[in-house]
Design a protein around this ligand. Structure first.
Ligand code: HEC
Ligand code: HEC
Ligand code: HEC
Ligand code: HEC
Ligand code: HEC
Ligand code: HEC
Ligand code: HEC
Ligand code: HEC
Ligand code: HEC
Length: 386
């Protein structure tokens, strides 16, 4: 610039110099504080309002390969979400976005897009992150199944509301009611079966939260393989959690003695003994689910599937006792405490012994005692006379 202006008249030279200086200062100022210069970003981190100004618009999409990803975010829903309520900013999770246009997205489908957020939750939810990383879902994922559940499959970060009470820390009843549908996204068949079971029917049709949802039996973030021996041997404890609790069971008139009577039954006794002697070894005796089913547990008096019906029960016995015929189950007392209605013979024989033995024994003791007494008295009389 100086070379070009050197031959010009002095006043033009001065004006040019001043103008150049001015431009230089302006350029330097702009370079020194680019944030201040951008009209769209006023603070050190972009506000939610800044993002939502564009993202609340309905019907906007991002094209990913041949798929299209809707990018509308409902500000009201976000405001009511747990993250909105807690004042978490868009950019706390979208750490790579600060302005528009956004950085290039390299993935070519919506699943791969979701998977770019695998580490997003770790910073604030380390415990859940660690548990998920020890789960059957993570194992399936590591083996190449990209459809195994990740955080975002079960939690929409923009609309997720509280699952646990802020002070209680306990799962809320409404969150509980929604769990099976969360799992149903992928485990459709199991959900359809569960829905018809005595447990699932009560939950989905009657909003009853006393019954188990998927996570009462499987856990949540640390779900383990339920087909292992350890899991199988632990099923009686799983069911016992509720089925020995009178506060729950009395409402339904269901016996809380089912676990005790199972353990005192020869099958249960052998499972228990076996588990104590050989923990973790497979047992060939039935556990609760062998007779009752798993996701399809029915009321025992349900005419189609209930196992109080001998023909339904026989099918279960035949899996291990292939030669069992129609009256085979009748030889076995199941959970029943013998009573005048159930197994009257056993009941009366027990009763007979309960009365007979004390009576006979008591009579004998009485006889012996009175005999001793008489002998002592007689001896005393004898010594007096002597
Ligand atoms: C000027 C309007 C505008 C602003 C401001 C804006 N976005 Fe976007 N954003 C879009 C549009 C349009 C798309 C969809 C396609 C595209 O990128 O052109 C998009 C796409 C996205 C996507 C999808 C994937 C991607 O990375 O492209 C995310 C995530 C996103 N925006 C987050 C944000 C966040 C967070 C903010 C605030 C820091 C923000 N946006 C601010 C218009 C905007
Ligand atoms: C708690 C973390 C978190 C917060 C806060 C958050 N996002 Fe997201 N956002 C994500 C994750 C994770 C995804 C990927 C979701 C997926 O693919 O299932 C995502 C995806 C998106 C997308 C792509 C479309 C979609 O729904 O998948 C847009 C657009 C977006 N976010 C905008 C925003 C805006 C705007 C805000 C603030 C109002 C915001 N996000 C707040 C975590 C967050
Ligand atoms: C910047 C921190 C931050 C990030 C990142 C974040 N969260 Fe959160 N999240 C919170 C806070 C704070 C709460 C409220 C926790 C509380 O009060 O117990 C919360 C609550 C939740 C809850 C409800 C918890 C409850 O007890 O009801 C879920 C579910 C959740 N986040 C999932 C996610 C997922 C999934 C991601 C990743 C996509 C994510 N969060 C990323 C901060 C974050
Ligand atoms: C297979 C579905 C599933 C996946 C995957 C999943 N969650 Fe959850 N999450 C749930 C359910 C269901 C609950 C409610 C159960 C409860 O609170 O006892 C929950 C509860 C939570 C809570 C509330 C506190 C707690 O631990 O109960 C937070 C926070 C959370 N999840 C974050 C995450 C994060 C972060 C990830 C990923 C690392 C993740 N979740 C993966 C289903 C899932
Ligand atoms: C996004 C899809 C998805 C969601 C949502 C999901 N799962 Fe899964 N789950 C999978 C995949 C994929 C596998 C591994 C494939 C397989 O082995 O069957 C799996 C495996 C499992 C297994 C082990 C199966 C076995 O044979 O070892 C259990 C148990 C399980 N999931 C329970 C749950 C529960 C409970 C929920 C809800 C809290 C849930 N899943 C939500 C996709 C999902
Ligand atoms: C009352 C306890 C209980 C409930 C409730 C329950 N499960 Fe299970 N689940 C089990 C047991 C026990 C097994 C192991 C069965 C076996 O050994 O074949 C199992 C097996 C599984 C398996 C792997 C084996 C298979 O059949 O594919 C998956 C996946 C699964 N459950 C998902 C779910 C989902 C999803 C729900 C909710 C809709 C659910 N479970 C509800 C107890 C339960
Ligand atoms: C060998 C098969 C078998 C095994 C193992 C078994 N049950 Fe049963 N169960 C039955 C039969 C048959 C009935 C119906 C007749 C009866 O009440 O004895 C029944 C009835 C029940 C009832 C209904 C009781 C009522 O008051 O209406 C419950 C609850 C129950 N069982 C739970 C369990 C639990 C929990 C376990 C494991 C600790 C278990 N069962 C193990 C066969 C079995
Ligand atoms: C979270 C608590 C809970 C767990 C865990 C649980 N149950 Fe139940 N179960 C219930 C409740 C509550 C009912 C009564 C539902 C109704 O009648 O509406 C019930 C009903 C039943 C019935 C029907 C009894 C009848 O009326 O004929 C059977 C059988 C049964 N459960 C077996 C099992 C078995 C086997 C397991 C373990 C694999 C198990 N339950 C685990 C809460 C539980
Ligand atoms: C999971 C397999 C399994 C199922 C299901 C099963 N049993 Fe058994 N049962 C056994 C085994 C193993 C023994 C041997 C026990 C021992 O010797 O300690 C046995 C023993 C018996 C015995 C003692 C007499 C004998 O044959 O040794 C009777 C009676 C019996 N079972 C009845 C039943 C009835 C009734 C059912 C159906 C309600 C049933 N069992 C279901 C595995 C099973």
């Amino acid at each position: 610039m100086h070379h070009r202006t050197i031959s010009r008249p002095p006043h033009i030279w001065t004006v040019s110099l001043l103008l150049g200086l001015g431009l230089l200062i302006f350029a330097l100022a702009a370079l020194a504080s680019p944030v201040q210069a951008s009209p769209s970003i006023q603070e050190d981190k972009p506000s939610n309002d800044f993002c939502l100004a564009c993202h609340q618009e309905e019907g906007i999409d991002k094209t990913l390969g041949s798929e299209s990803l809707p990018v509308t975010i409902n500000p009201t829903e976000f405001g009511m979400s747990v993250h909105g309520e807690e004042g978490i900013a868009c950019v706390d999770c979208h750490t790579d976005i600060s302005d528009y246009p956004h950085p290039d997205v390299k993935v070519k489908n919506t699943r791969d897009f979701t998977l770019t957020f695998l580490e997003t939750c770790k910073e604030c939810h380390e415990e859940q992150y660690t548990n998920v990383h020890n789960s059957v879902h993570q194992r399936a994922f590591d083996e190449g199944n990209k459809n195994a559940a990740v955080c975002m499959d079960c939690h929409n970060p923009h609309t997720q509301t509280r699952l646990t009470g802020k002070t209680s820390g306990q799962l809320t009843p409404s969150a509980r009611l929604h769990i099976p549908t969360t799992c149903a996204q992928c485990h459709t068949e199991i959900y359809d079966t569960y829905k018809t079971s005595v447990h699932g029917n009560a939950l989905t049709q009657e909003n009853n939260t006393d019954v188990p949802t998927c996570i009462d039996c499987h856990g949540v973030h640390n779900i383990q393989d339920p087909t292992t021996i350890t899991f199988r041997n632990s099923t009686p404890f799983l069911c016992a959690k509720c089925h020995t609790d009178a506060a729950i069971m009395d409402k339904y008139g269901i016996s809380t003695n089912v676990v005790n009577s199972y353990v005192s039954d020869f099958h249960g006794a052998t499972v228990k003994l076996f588990e104590e002697q050989f923990p973790g070894q497979p047992t060939n005796k039935p556990v609760c689910t062998d007779c009752h089913g798993v996701h399809d547990i029915a009321k025992v008096n349900n005419p189609e599937a209930g196992i109080a019906m001998q023909e339904n029960l026989l099918i279960k016995c035949q899996r291990c006792h292939p030669d069992a015929t129609a009256n085979f189950p009748a030889a076995w007392m199941s959970h029943y405490e013998p009573s005048p209605e159930h197994y009257p013979i056993v009941y009366y024989v027990n009763l007979f012994y309960k009365i007979f033995i004390p009576t006979v024994l008591g009579g004998m003791i009485f006889f012996v005692l009175t005999d001793i007494y008489r002998r002592i008295v007689n001896r005393a009389k004898g010594t007096k006379h002597a």
